[in-house]
Design a protein around this ligand. Structure first.
Ligand code: GLN
Ligand code: ZN
Length: 713
């Protein structure tokens, strides 16, 4: 077996440096370009990646890190796990990813603790696994034709089955992997990478036994390529000795999130992830070299802590960033150069910033008056009808508004003219809500490009990028802001728009803010302070905004925290501490409000089960939460919250308009689970991605259903 290369990366961005894949996908989906055109763009991106990695001096080039939608979906296809109902579709792959007329897509959820979303494979007892190795083999051949030998990257069998909730099918799936190893060997492939990130979370003895079985069986395949099992996003813990006891030749270890293994790995190659794939900071060479030096193994290869999928392409594409900040940054290209330099042990970089001392003492969750006192003051002040109807904040974002924002940046539209258009949009949104008969109105968020970026642009301590796109799912990308310094709020951010909206109507208008945990979760964050301290700095800025809104006469303020669950540590032992400070930060942000100011919060996911106590701990007067989409599953769980609750009655993720009967049915179910005084009526989430036509029709039905129920009270 040839030795493992001395430097590599676990994966690379694939959306294209200028989001070429996004454009090609969307144009193909809209029927504006052929499949051949899409494939041509994909091939260009792959070629450019291999060429660039080789130019930078990287030895071990990965392949099969490209995907037209998602690597987990690719693995399902590789194993033949395509549910029957999609097989007749024109394009079963995109049908599973996005749905087609009359066929809902497969479920999508977050990839571990990242903001990347994968397609959840659907496996049932009837699933027949059958290898279809076309994609990985094709990429190996394609690279070879360009002069590059590559290491195909695949999701490993244990992680794949754990994500699908079907570990009992291990035996069948291993058959496919065995066959695949044979096919790769026949192709002359020297090494294969099997990703097993699921092994960095808590695993049962049965699951660890499955790891042993899997890699003993794959290790026994005759003539196979070298096996490199990659872990990332944390420590392997108990899974490391298990893996080390199998015939796999190389093990990938995340030395950024996890510690240097105490296990002696003599006889193995350790692929040491010392360059972070989860942040945008340059690597401290001292720390990296120290970590590399303390690994006990037969060979140590320098690598990234995980795929570089989670960072943007190139700092050089950001000429507008402040020079001092730029010198601290490394995106994918720069990180590859760091890997190469570390492997040559001639790395020259910045001295490591010493982490400052953490906040002294335990976190204290600040409180407001008891809920009963607040509720009475709010009822008196707001005088809302029973079952008050509201929305989550955003209204449809029109193409005109997005174009106007771009024109301001380009200098072809004045700030004054832009603000006039935003005001006109706010007035439109207010009139629509009045006409429909909603009770608590919103201004519609037309001035916001994104619920996090907007605040980042208005707070000190953040920078925003021009081309720093990161894939979120499929063709969707986000441009996470960079939180690089101490956060503060130089001046009020939302007060101008909130008061403009309130002056247009006698109905209460909710102020709309993003919570501190979500702002931090969706940004790249400085690593020289404990995360908790950073979140508290943001919480203080939000707190000032809440108080200014209140002082300006806004009686209801919503502070969204949809990312509360996202930062939850993967290991149970660390979860309580996180939830404690996350809740305390939220309360810090909101507890400056007086009794008669009503605080709303909003979360949107159905798997809130794990963090229900924390959501309750936020102590918001009203919590709006996704429910319609997940079939009202949440109701039983939130029943114990003693405060206002708005389980969604309209699934905004679908263009479908729910009928009044359907909404009425959901409301009746809600009223069977919760006392009427506590129930609010609202959609599952913001309306930003829908059209006015859909939204107005749906909300009219929501109002009609609510009125019918009110008449029965
Ligand atoms: N207020 C935001 C909106 O309505 C909330 C979005 C979210 O929950 N992700 O768009
Ligand atoms: Zn939401």
């Amino acid at each position: 077996m040839s030795p493992f290369p001395k430097s590599t990366v676990l994966g690379y961005p694939r959306i294209g440096p200028r989001r070429e894949l996004k454009r090609a996908l969307e144009s193909h989906w809209d029927g504006r370009s052929s499949r051949a055109e899409l494939d041509r763009v994909g091939a260009e991106i792959r070629e450019r990646t291999w060429r660039r990695l080789a130019e930078l001096g990287l030895e071990g080039l990965p392949s099969n890190t490209f995907s037209l939608y998602d690597q987990v979906l690719d693995t399902a296809v590789l194993l033949g796990a395509v549910p029957e109902r999609y097989r007749a579709a024109d394009d079963p792959y995109f049908a599973m990813a996005r749905g087609t007329e009359g066929l809902a897509p497969l479920r999508m959820t977050k990839w571990f603790d990242t903001n990347y979303h994968y397609i959840v494979p659907e496996i049932d007892p009837g699933t027949v696994f059958k290898l279809d190795a076309g994609k990985p083999l094709g990429e190996v051949r394609e690279a070879r034709a360009l002069g590059y030998e590559t290491r195909p990257v695949l999701i490993g069998p244990v992680t794949f089955l754990l994500l699908a909730g079907a570990l009992e099918r291990l035996d069948d799936v291993l058959g496919c992997y065995e066959e695949l190893l044979g096919a790769l060997a026949a192709e002359g492939v020297a090494w294969v990478q099997l990703d097993e990130p699921a092994l960095v979370a808590d695993r049962t003895p049965e699951e660890l036994a499955a790891v042993r079985t899997a890699y003993e069986r794959l290790g026994a395949v005759r003539g196979r390529p070298g096996l490199f099992v990659a872990s990332y996003f944390g420590d392997l813990g108990e899974a490391l000795p298990v893996l080390a006891g199998t015939p796999v030749e190389a093990i990938g270890i995340d030395l950024v999130r996890g510690g240097v293994p105490v296990v002696d790995l003599t006889g193995k190659t350790v692929v040491a992830g010392v360059v972070s794939g989860r942040d945008v900071w340059r690597t401290s060479p001292e720390r990296a070299l120290a970590a590399l030096g303390s690994v006990r193994a037969s060979q140590v290869t320098v690598s990234t802590s995980c795929s570089l999928l989670h960072v943007p392409y190139d700092v050089e594409a950001e000429p507008e960033l402040d020079a001092a900040l730029r010198s601290r940054l490394a995106f994918a290209e720069q990180k590859v150069a760091e890997v190469v330099a570390l492997a040559a042990a001639e790395f020259h970089g910045p001295a490591p910033a010493e982490p400052s001392a953490p906040l002294a003492g335990p976190v204290v969750a600040e409180g407001r008056s008891p809920y009963a006192v607040r509720a009475a003051a709010q009822a008196e002040h707001l005088r809302l009808p029973p079952l008050p109807i509201t929305t989550i904040g955003s209204f449809p974002q029109t193409g005109e508004l997005r174009a106007a924002r771009a024109a301001v940046t380009a200098g072809t539209l004045t700030q004054e003219e832009y603000e006039r258009r935003v005001e006109a949009e706010i007035e439109h949104v207010i009139r629509v809500q009045e006409r429909l008969g909603l009770d608590v109105l919103v201004h519609g968020e037309p001035e916001r490009n994104d619920m996090v970026q907007y605040f980042a642009e208005h707070l000190d301590g953040f920078a925003v990028t021009r081309n720093g796109w990161v894939q979120s799912y499929g063709s969707r990308c986000t441009r996470p802001p960079i939180l690089h310094g101490d956060v503060s709020r130089p001046e009020p951010i939302t007060v101008r728009w909130a008061t403009y909206a309130q002056a247009l109507t006698d109905k209460p208008v909710k102020g709309m803010l993003t919570g501190p945990v979500t702002i931090v979760a969706w940004s790249f964050v400085r690593d020289d302070l404990p995360l908790r301290d950073v979140v508290f700095q943001v919480a203080d800025a939000v707190r000032e905004e809440v108080r200014d809104l209140e002082a300006a006469g806004v009686s209801i303020v919503q502070v969204d925290e949809p990312a509360l669950r996202e930062l939850l540590p993967l290991r149970r032992a660390a979860q309580d501490e996180y939830l404690e400070w996350a809740v305390a930060a939220y309360r810090r942000a909101t507890s400056g409000a007086g009794d008669r100011t009503q605080i709303h919060t909003h979360l949107c996911y159905s798997d809130a089960d794990q963090i229900l106590a924390a959501i309750d701990g936020l102590d918001a007067d009203v919590t709006t939460i996704e429910s319609a989409r997940s079939g009202a599953r949440i109701l039983g769980a939130v029943e114990s919250f003693g405060r206002g609750l708005g389980p969604g009655v309209y699934d905004i993720h679908s263009p479908r308009v729910p009928g009044a009967e359907e909404v009425e049915d959901l409301l009746r179910r809600t009223l069977r689970a919760l006392p009427v005084e506590r129930v609010w009526v609202n959609p599952d989430c913001g309306l930003k991605t829908r059209t006015y036509e859909q939204v107005e029709a749906a909300l009219a039905n929501v109002v009609a259903a609510t009125r019918r129920l009110r008449a029965e009270l």
